[in-house]
Design a protein. Sequence first.
Length: 243
Amino acid sequence: MSPVDRVAHLNRWRHRSLIEKAMLALGMLILAVLLPPFPAAAVIAVIMTAAALLGARVPVSVWLACAAGPLGFLLSGAISLVVQIDANGLALAPGGLTAAAGLVARSVAALTCLLFLALTTPATDLVAGLRRCGLPAEIAEMALLTYRFLFLLADTAMSMDAAQAARLGHVGARRRLSSLGSLIANLLPRAIDRARRLEIGLAARGWEGEMRVLTETRPISIAGVTLVLALEAGTAALGVVMS
């Protein structure tokens, strides 16, 4: 089981209603897009981070590990807004700092919303909720299979990397770079083979296009919904007043 799945199944808010968590995450995500980035985006990021780490008791190490990749892409994109290349070389783009700051603020707020939902709600519950909302069964099952296969692919990559390290493939920068290229080149055929074996296994078990899982529909807490609406209303009011 991946760390994301483990935390999603064992966090403190695992048994809270999906509607409450979706209202909080998606509502704050919409506010992060619509409201001015300062101070609304910063407030949203703080609220969602506190909800995950203090409310749901998501481990800080897992939270940071999940956020590291998107934040790296975000920072690299922000640099491209700040710096421009012209005939005189590198220079600061006019208005680049303001645009980059707004981009970073909105993106971090949106990222905390998505991480909260992913780390407090198992994928099976999300798929079951989408099915109840009318999502076609084929799309829901493909989404669930793709989600599971991504972690199988990551596990395969980790196993290959460990095998290279055992054969001294990580000694020196040149050898490590060569090993990385070999890993990437061999990962795709292994992934295709793993997908083919998965397809054969499902066909052998009589799969007809739907993987049924047991999900429990949990009652909605009036106090929880009220708190979520109050937080979103307060954030929206703060963003409008401070804009």
